[in-house]
Design a protein around this ligand. Structure first.
Ligand SMILES: CSCCC(=O)C(=O)COP(=O)(O)O
Length: 404
């Protein structure tokens, strides 16, 4: 029996000199031949008698087909081992090797990727670092998203944040769709929100992180990040898949950008959504993000508003947790989903709600309070069903969104 994806994707011991990839070839494909094409074509590139005088050098770069397993539906799963020495430690080189040119012609799906534990980057903060910064322990962190996504100016952001901060919110992020627009320039957004965060710290002793969305070309994006951090910004948001893993890696390596980085999953469906092609969600949003240095990774919760499988979610969470990266179940999250999420994953998560907070019938403050009330009840083992919950923010949230 094939192991579950989260088990197949475990890290290899540090210093391991191979990288292992599980590929599935669909029914009708010659799996053995495709696997051999990958092992040779994506490494030494050519392997025949004409290169015999270079055999020693070429052999050290050559991939190896380690196993081939025929599946019940006629598909084949092949494990290919690639020499780590073919790579420079970056995600770009890794992706180019394991699926680069081949992805244009072959029909295959990467199900699992096993990297040596010391390949790539470690998160600088991860969930433990976020907890330390916020001084919040033993409960899930509560995160909101500025909504509406577009059309708010900097003052509009501040107005929303003031209400959420009052109610005790831990983290807020820009919507990923909002770049550095003239109507709400990124630095103005931060400057308008910074005094609210400061006032909350003075009042309650508790910090609040605002993950500001980065945009622009690679150089201006990094300059933007440095400028924001120099002005006190305490977290950043990056659309890693649209801007590229190399941008994330550059930020993580930059001593001038020493704040937690939240990775958004926008574009993941384009890489992972086809059933027989691309890469599994667990590889992209789990393994790759975790080895590229993200501190927290957003992904669609399978009880949320996007079609997402529990198996994909489990694989993502396992890969993130293996490197202490914070899992951030998102998209359609509201107080009525809290019991399911915590039941599956426990408290070591960040619950992230956009409309599930911003569109609470009584306003943004009650939207945040509804989450805390749900958490309190869940912790006490009390029912979260509408009929059991007394009038108040949670009751109103359950009336609107259901769940519990
Ligand atoms: C696809 S996971 C990222 C979630 C996100 O950024 C978002 O805006 C979700 O908004 P919602 O109103 O569904 O909480």
């Amino acid at each position: 029996m094939m192991p579950a994806e989260d088990e197949r994707s475990r890290d290899l011991p540090a210093g391991h000199s191979w990288i292992e990839v599980d590929y599935r070839f669909p029914p009708g494909a010659d799996g053995a031949r495709q696997a051999q094409m990958l092992a040779v074509g994506q490494t030494a590139g050519s392997w025949d008698a004409r290169h015999s005088h270079r055999e020693k050098e070429l052999r050290s770069h050559l991939g190896e087909v380690r196993s081939l397993a025929l599946q019940e539906d006629g598909g084949t799963v092949a494990t290919i081992a690639f020499p780590r020495g073919n790579l420079d430690g970056s995600m770009g080189a890794l992706l180019t090797m394991i699926f680069g040119k081949y992805s244009l012609g072959g029909v295959a799906r990467i199900l699992a990727l096993r990297l040596p534990a010391d390949y790539g980057l470690q998160p600088r903060f991860g969930l433990p670092g976020l907890r330390q910064r916020l001084d919040v322990h033993g409960r899930p962190l509560i995160m909101a998203i500025f909504k509406p996504a577009l059309g708010l100016d900097a003052a509009g952001h501040a107005e929303i944040l003031a209400q959420a901060a009052m109610a005790g919110l831990d983290i807020i992020k820009d919507d990923e769709i909002l770049p550095d627009l003239a109507e709400a320039p990124v630095l103005e957004r931060w400057r308008a929100c910074a005094p609210i965060i400061e006032a909350r710290r003075d009042r309650s002793g508790r910090d609040l992180l605002y993950a500001v969305n980065l945009s622009g070309d690679a150089r201006s994006l990094q300059e933007q990040a440095r400028r924001l951090v120099a002005e006190g910004a305490n977290a950043l948001l990056l659309n890693v898949l649209t801007y590229g893993f190399a941008v994330l890696e550059a930020l993580v390596r930059d001593p001038e950008v020493a704040v937690p980085i939240f990775a958004h999953p926008a574009f993941a469906g384009a890489l992972c959504g086809a059933p027989e092609h691309g890469l599994a969600y667990g590889v992209v949003l789990g393994t790759l993000m975790a080895h590229a240095g993200a501190d927290a990774v957003l992904y669609p919760a399978h009880y949320g508003s996007l079609p997402f499988s529990a198996a994909d979610e489990t694989a993502i969470v396992a890969a993130l947790r293996a490197r202490a990266v914070a899992p951030v179940p998102s998209a359609g999250v509201h107080p009525g989903t809290l019991a399911q999420i915590l039941g599956d994953y426990g408290c070591e998560v960040i619950l992230n709600a956009g409309t599930g907070i911003m569109d609470h019938p009584d306003g943004i403050g009650p939207g945040v309070l509804a989450f805390f009330e749900a958490w309190e009840r869940w912790q006490q083992g009390e029912s979260l069903r509408l009929e059991a919950v007394p009038p108040g923010p949670l009751h109103r949230a359950l009336e609107k969104w259901g769940g519990g």
